[in-house]
Design a protein. Structure first.
Length: 274
């Protein structure tokens, strides 16, 4: 069977490393590749796939684009308006899953205890929505979305409002970000956008969750670690969402989490700092 990750850009993705490590441990002769698919090109790409294709991982900018192409959606896809996983049936069925939400919840649960009642989220895309939904599952009461353009946060605000216990969400400009007293800061912005002003604004936030993993550490993660704050990294999110993907695609429940983590850590260690 064939699987792949689609997105643009996609060359940096560690997903092939994690999935291939899982297939090797499980004794499966499956393949998993990375394929660049630009915004607007997903429908045509899917129409060209043969019956040997079982599953696809989706990264930016395709997580929301895929929703209109699905024949079935899991509850997290319905709520978030985005899917990062696509299961393909031989009869043409396309089942969308969002494993980012449970993946984020798993990553947070292993690094933090207690309830995080307030959050500052840098960025307002599909991943921001998924992490906010995961935090809502843990009792989040209020959140601030800091974005470059406030209109870009509209889909995320709508998605979070669908949660049975939605936090109150406010939107502000990233450029006008002031000192935050939130319980957690979630960054979905590139490392290059983590300016000194941003680092200063979140310096007193005790928990930092940066969804990026390459380059690592990001300026935000490095500053938080140096100051003794709790850091949850992008590799943690990538790992746990991939665990659910492997389970869904292969039907195997003995997913080799440790082997996948080792493979990811080793691959990151060989990459030159950027």
């Amino acid at each position: 069977m064939r699987c792949a990750i689609l997105g643009d850009p996609v060359e940096h993705s560690l997903s092939p490393v994690l999935h291939r490590a899982a297939y090797a441990e499980l004794g499966l002769g499956w393949t998993y590749d990375s394929v660049r698919v630009a915004a607007g090109g997903l429908a045509a790409y899917l129409d060209g796939l043969g019956p040997e294709w079982r599953g696809l991982s989706l990264t930016m900018p395709l997580k929301r684009e895929v929703v209109a192409l699905l024949t079935a959606r899991d509850p997290w896809t319905e709520m978030s308006g985005a899917a990062n996983t696509l299961l393909l049936d031989p009869d043409g069925g396309r089942h969308g899953l969002n494993t980012d939400v449970p993946g984020a919840e798993a990553a947070l649960g292993r690094a933090t205890g207690g309830t995080l009642r307030s959050a500052l989220v840098l960025g307002g895309g599909a991943t921001a929505a998924s992490v906010l939904l995961a935090l809502a599952e843990r009792g989040l009461e209020r959140a601030t979305l800091a974005v470059r353009e406030e209109t870009r946060a509209a889909d995320t605000v709508t998605a979070v409002a669908r949660h049975p216990r939605p936090p109150h969400v406010e939107v502000t400009s990233l450029a006008e970000l002031g000192r935050s007293a939130a319980d957690i800061v979630v960054s979905t912005i590139p490392a290059a956008a983590q300016t000194e002003d941003v680092l200063t604004a979140v310096r007193e936030v005790p928990v930092v969750f940066d969804v990026r993993y390459d380059p690592w550490p990001t300026p935000l993660a490095a500053a938080a670690a140096a100051e003794g704050r709790t850091v949850v990294g992008g590799l943690d999110l990538l790992l746990w969402q991939a665990v659910d993907q492997v389970r869904a695609m292969t039907g195997r429940f003995d997913v080799p989490v440790d082997a996948m983590r080792r493979a990811g850590e080793q691959a990151l260690a060989t990459r030159s700092p950027r």
